[in-house]
Design a protein around this ligand. Structure first.
Ligand code: G6P
Length: 364
């Protein structure tokens, strides 16, 4: 069937708005009321190591998932971009699991990385959107993200759906390895189930973000900062923005600010801080103050408690609903995407077909 924009100006805008429905569908499948629904063969009990391999936005989904697998299941996890993994020919463990994440399931480097792993690890697993794709066909276990066709070159709904499936996998890993007790597991499941509702609330930031984007569109450089699992989200926020608005953007771990990017800060540099009120919040506030002391324009995205605790001095604030710490990146992806989207619209770039980029990179 022909996919229409359904009243949206761009496919990307439509795909951002679809996320509550996409996640609700994936939740119905992977996290029904009866508990985790994952294939029996996806067993983490005897796995000694996980490698997560992907390109682009899918790689940032892997980077977030590393935090989850390590904290819920206490398994050592390495993450790699597929083009590095395949040529580095890393030593692999026979008891290892390699997980490939790909929207299209056709990215040449990711497919080559998968072929390198055949027979070398205990299990190969794919988290893919296209169930008939090469990667889905060649792995031992393919988990569809069920996001529907994604047309915008810059990935949005596939990213959050990848995160959701990886989150459920990490919970399963925690349970298989007796690292997560019943109440903790139930609490994490409830948080994931609350995501479609929370995302709807986040989508209401569309108009205020469009207004901020008018200013962001004038910037030459934009920094994104985050800590913990919000650090890879900062990387994804910067990628999204540069892909479609052509503004130079970088994501940094908040704690690394002092080790370089602080040299760039002046009144012309917007610094977007993604920081829910969690156990690392105070540390992030002190990084923000370092930026403000150098007249950087701080845009703080946080929840009511965080915005209150941060006090004044920011250039702008975005209030997100509260969400339990580990899964905040899934929710905060929405404002990150909207910031990129509206900045590109303000600049008048081709949002759905940015220059030089392809939806799926099937050649090297
Ligand atoms: C291209 C697309 C990105 C995507 C990446 C990986 O660069 O423009 O949006 O994240 O490829 O694609 P895949 O289909 O493997 O997720």
């Amino acid at each position: 069937a022909q996919i229409e924009k359904a009243g949206y100006k761009h496919f990307m805008g439509k795909e951002i708005a679809e996320q509550p429905v996409v996640l609700a569908d994936a939740l119905r499948h992977y996290l029904p009321q009866t508990g985790l629904n994952m294939p029996e063969e996806l067993d983490f009990s005897n796995i000694d190591r996980i490698s997560l391999v992907a390109c682009g936005t899918a790689f940032y989904a892997c980077s977030v998932a590393k935090y989850w697998f390590e904290s819920f299941a206490r398994i050592p996890v390495e993450i790699d971009v597929a083009s590095e993994f395949r040529y580095r020919e890393p030593p692999l463990s026979e008891r290892g699991m390699t997980i490939f994440v790909s929207q299209s399931g056709e990215t040449a480097d990711t497919l080559a990385a998968l072929r390198y792993c055949h027979e070398k690890v205990a299990k190969t697993v794919a988290v893919v959107n296209v169930p008939t794709s090469s990667i889905a066909r060649e792995v031992d276990i393919a988990l569809p993200i069920m996001a529907g066709v994604e047309i915008g070159v810059a990935s949005t709904k596939a990213f959050t759906a990848q995160l959701l499936v990886l989150a459920v996998m990490a919970l399963k890993a925690g349970r298989d390895r007796d690292q997560l007790d019943g109440p903790d597991l139930a609490c994490h499941c409830d948080t994931l189930r609350s995501l479609p509702g929370l995302m709807n609330t986040a989508l209401a930031l569309d108009a205020p973000i469009a207004e901020l984007a008018e200013h962001l569109a004038e910037a030459q450089d934009i920094l994104f900062l985050g800590r913990g699992p919000m650090y890879p989200l900062a990387l994804e926020g910067a990628l999204k923005l540069k892909e479609i608005s052509y503004i130079h953007a970088e994501g940094y771990a908040s704690g690394e600010l002092k080790h370089g990017p602080i040299a760039l800060i002046d009144r012309t540099v917007p610094v977007i801080v993604m920081a829910p009120f969690d156990r690392l919040f105070d540390k992030t506030v002190s990084n923000m103050q370092e930026v403000m002391a150098r007249h950087g324009m701080v845009l703080l995205a946080s929840d009511a408690k965080g915005l209150k605790a941060a006090q004044d001095g920011t250039w702008a604030q975005l209030q997100l609903p509260e969400i339990a710490e580990p899964f905040a990146p899934i929710l905060y992806a929405v404002p990150a995407q909207l910031l990129a989207y509206h900045t590109a619209v303000a600049k008048g770039t081709d949002v759905d077909q940015p220059r030089n980029l392809a939806k799926s990179v099937t050649v090297e």
